[in-house]
Design a binder for this molecule. Structure first.
Ligand code: F6P
Length: 324
C-alpha cells in the first residue's frame, strides 16, 4: 500500500481534526502518500481530493469542526454515486481509506468496501458515543463539557427564580450525553431513550423535591420516547397543575458540536488516527479502530453499527442515588 486517503463524514465532532492530523502524519511517517477527501462521501463522488503533507495539518489539533469539512450524502446511497466515488479513488491511485465518522459513515464504508474492495478502517468520530467497539467516541467528552458549562449557568438563574428547567441535550437516539450531563450537572432527573420514564414518578418527585430544593433541573436526551424537552415540560406542567411553579425549557442544540476539543478528545482522536493507518498497513479492513480499557481494539464495521452499546449501569445508579 502506497497511497491512502482520509475523510470526515456525518455530524462533525471536536477532535476530528486531531484524528485527521494523526492519520496524515502517521501515513507520512510510514512512507505513504496521503490524500484528503473534502466533504465526506460528497467530495469522494465529486473528486474533491487533494494531497496532504505534514504542514497541511499544522495548527489544527486545537480546533473544533473539521478542516476536511463534512456532509451527509444522499447520492452515496445509490450504486451510481458509489461507482463515481470508486472511479475517483482509482484515478488518484488510492489503495486504502480512513473513514472518520459515526454509524452512517461506517454503514456507507461497509457497503462501499464490499462492492469495490478498497480496504477501509474507521475512526469513531461523533459526539453521541453510540458506537460499539470503543469506550468513548471522539467528541463526546468535549460535548459533555460544553453542555455542562451551559447547565451550570442555567442552574444559577434557575435557583435565582426557583424555577424548574428542562434542558435538552443531543445524542440522537442514545442517552450517553444526557446521563453524564445529569451526573456532572447535578440534575434532579435524566430522561433517556434507553429506559422508559414513568412521568407520574417525575411529577411526584418534583413535587416532593420542591419542599427541600428551590429549583430543579431535568436533563432530557433529544431521542427520549416521551418527546422533546418542550413536550415533556408541557406534560409535567399539566400534571403538577400548580400556577405558582415556573417551568422553562432550554435546547442546547449545535453548541454541543463545536468548540476546542478537550485533552481527552485530542488524545483519543490522535490514537485512533494512528491506529487506523497502522491497521491498514497490517492488512486490516472493514473495521474501526477504537480504544477499550486503554487499549487499541479493531472491531468489524458490522458490529460497530449492529451491536447495541448499553449505557453504563453504574452511571445510571449514580444518577438515581445522587438526585434525592
Ligand atoms: O450525530 C451527531 C448529532 O449531533 C446528533 O446528536 C444529532 O441528533 C444530529 O447529529 C444532528 O444532525 P444535524 O447537524 O445534521 O442536524
Amino acid at each position: 500500500m502506497k497511497k491512502i486517503a482520509v475523510f470526515t463524514s456525518g455530524g462533525d465532532s471536536p477532535g476530528m481534526n486531531a484524528c485527521v492530523r494523526a492519520v496524515v502524519r502517521t501515513a507520512i511517517f510510514k512512507g505513504l502518500e496521503v490524500y484528503g477527501i473534502y466533504r465526506g462521501y460528497e467530495g469522494m463522488i465529486e473528486g474533491d481530493i487533494k494531497r496532504m503533507y505534514s504542514y497541511s495539518v499544522s495548527n489544527i489539533i486545537q480546533r473544533g469542526g473539521t478542516v476536511l469539512k463534512s456532509a451527509r450524502s444522499m447520492e452515496f446511497k445509490t450504486p451510481e454515486g458509489r461507482k463515481k466515488a470508486y472511479d475517483n479513488l482509482v484515478a488518484h491511485g488510492i489503495e486504502g481509506i480512513v473513514a472518520i465518522g459515526g454509524d452512517g459513515t461506517f454503514t456507507g464504508a461497509k457497503i462501499f468496501q464490499e462492492e469495490f474492495g478498497i480496504p477501509t478502517v474507521g475512526c469513531p468520530g461523533t459526539i453521541d458515543n453510540d458506537i460499539y467497539g470503543t469506550d468513548y467516541t471522539i467528541g463526546f467528552d468535549t460535548a459533555v463539557n460544553t453542555a455542562l458549562a451551559a447547565i451550570d449557568k442555567i442552574r444559577d438563574t434557575a435557583a435565582a427564580h426557583d424555577r424548574i428547567f428542562f434542558i435538552e441535550v443531543m445524542g440522537r437516539d442514545a442517552g450517553f450525553i444526557a446521563v453524564d450531563c445529569g451526573i456532572g450537572g447535578g440534575a434532579e432527573f435524566v430522561m433517556v431513550p434507553e429506559t422508559k420514564t414513568d412521568l407520574s414518578m417525575v411529577v411526584k418527585s418534583l413535587k416532593n423535591l420542591r419542599k427541600s430544593k428551590s429549583s430543579s433541573i431535568v436533563v432530557v436526551a433529544e431521542g427520549d420516547e416521551e418527546g422533546n424537552a418542550e413536550a415533556i415540560m408541557q406534560k409535567v406542567k399539566e400534571k403538577i397543575n400548580d400556577k405558582e411553579k415556573d417551568f422553562k425549557v432550554t435546547t442546547l442544540g449545535h453548541i454541543q458540536r463545536g468548540g476546542s476539543p478537550t485533552a481527552k478528545d485530542r488524545v483519543l482522536g490522535s490514537l485512533c488516527g494512528m491506529a487506523a493507518v497502522e491497521g491498514l498497513l497490517e492488512g486490516r479492513m472493514n473495521c474501526m479502530a477504537g480504544v477499550m480499557n486503554q487499549e487499541i481494539v479493531y472491531t468489524p464495521f458490522g458490529d460497530c453499527i449492529g451491536k447495541e452499546k448499553p449505557l453504563n449501569k453504574e452511571h445510571l445508579k449514580l444518577m438515581e442515588i445522587l438526585s434525592i
